[in-house]
Design a protein around this ligand. Structure first.
Ligand SMILES: Cc1cc2nc3c(=O)[nH]c(=O)nc-3n(C[C@H](O)[C@H](O)[C@H](O)COP(=O)(O)OP(=O)(O)OC[C@H]3O[C@@H](n4cnc5c(N)ncnc54)[C@H](O)[C@@H]3O)c2cc1C
Length: 339
């Protein structure tokens, strides 16, 4: 057996292989391990919110560091007999009755069912220095970071129609909001009226760069014209793209979100993808899901997979029982019984 062949000691296939060990994947693995399913999580270790210092809106854990939350989650999965391995899954295909998950470094894990919880990539506007500040003072979500920037000078970078709504959302948190029109197009007449009535400044022109102070904090936005506007935080609207390229051989691909905000896997309620044996949960199938919702969808998918396995086990037991009954009615070799 190769070092990277994650078969079980008994040589049986895993009940479930979970691809991705963020909150969705670990919540699913915990649920499955607690109903005594054999479960392997393969995780590349790059959760989407890793750049942020804290996780908010998670009841009783508000403020916990994203990587600490996952460390605790892995401990819980391991305590029930689940297994968590580092690796990047590069393929998924069916081989007879099994699904086989393969990794970039040659690992291979056979499974009865597979749950995909690989999250998404935030594609950021291409402004020099912006990506480096993502999750710190370049932000997107008022629920995740709004409290932390309350009453500060908040800029909103327009790259599409969502910017107007972001400006209104952050205006609830600070009286000092500036909307940079950048590449977002002009607001409608009604929007201009609302922006003016709420005291939101609007700055025309393309943003060329971000300004950072000597304590590595965002200080301002510099326009291509050379004008600088002081801000403490900049709100952007990334394009959200599900991490699902490795599913092509399994016949799965991302579909454009109805709101035009990115691409995701489409699943039934409970996470079934429509491909035999394959489920998905978390941001890979719900671009807007925050941490508690991603965790909840992992639990729901785990329950749906468990029900599916229970049905398969029960049908297999009936077949095995019928086989035993027909064996018992057969004469023993050499018994002379010719009934
Ligand atoms: C900057 C920022 C801050 C945020 N703050 C908050 C907050 O305060 N509160 C909140 O509720 N939400 C917050 N969110 C949203 C939060 O990040 C998501 O809700 C959450 O990460 C979704 O969990 P997930 O398990 O679906 O995906 P992820 O957390 O992204 O986990 C997916 C895992 O799968 C792994 N993976 C990907 N591809 C592969 C592969 N091919 N093989 C193996 N493993 C793979 C990744 O490395 C990662 O470990 C924030 C988001 C951002 C961007």
């Amino acid at each position: 057996m190769s070092e990277n062949t994650w078969v079980q000691a008994s040589d049986e296939v895993w009940d479930v292989v979970v691809v991705g060990g963020g909150v969705a994947g670990l919540s699913a693995a915990l649920t499955l391990a607690r109903v005594r399913r054999s479960v392997l999580v393969i995780d590349a270790g790059e959760p989407r919110n890793a750049p942020a210092a804290a996780t908010h809106n998670l009841l009783s854990r508000d403020g916990i560091a994203p990587l600490e939350l996952l460390r605790l989650g892995r401990e819980e999965v391991l305590s029930y007999g689940g297994r968590v391995e580092s690796g990047r899954v590069s393929g998924l295909r069916r081989e007879g009755a099994e699904l086989v998950v393969t990794t970039e470094d040659g690992g291979r894990a056979p499974a009865r069912r597979v749950l995909v919880t690989t999250g998404l990539v935030d594609e950021l506007p291409a402004i020099p220095g912006l990506a480096e500040r993502w999750g710190r003072d370049v932000l997107h979500c008022p629920y995740c970071h709004g409290w932390e920037v309350r009453d500060g000078a908040v800029g909103v970078l327009a790259t599409g129609p969502a910017a107007f709504h972001q400006a209104l959302m952050f205006r609830q948190l600070s009286p000092e909001v500036t909307l940079f029109l950048h590449s977002g197009g002009d607001p409608t007449e009604e929007q201009w009226e609302q922006l003016a009535a709420l005291g939101i400044d609007v700055v025309d022109g393309t943003v060329g760069a971000l300004e950072v102070d000597d304590r590595d904090r965002l200080a301002g936005v510099r326009l291509a014209s050379g004008r600088s506007v002081a801000v403490d935080a900049l709100v952007v609207a990334p394009r959200f793209v599900a991490r699902a390229g490795f599913l092509a051989d399994a016949g799965l691909a991302v579909t454009e979100h109805p709101m035009g905000i990115g691409g995701q896997l489409v699943t039934e309620p409970g996470g079934f993808t429509g491909v035999d044996g394959v489920w998905a949960a978390g941001n890979v199938t719900d671009l807007m899901a925050p941490v508690p919702a991603a965790a909840a969808s992992g639990v729901q998918a785990a329950a749906a997979i468990n029900i599916d396995l229970i049905g398969a086990d029960a049908r297999a037991a009936v077949v095995a029982r019928a086989g035993r009954a027909s064996d018992a009615s057969r004469p023993e070799p050499g018994s002379g019984d010719r009934r």
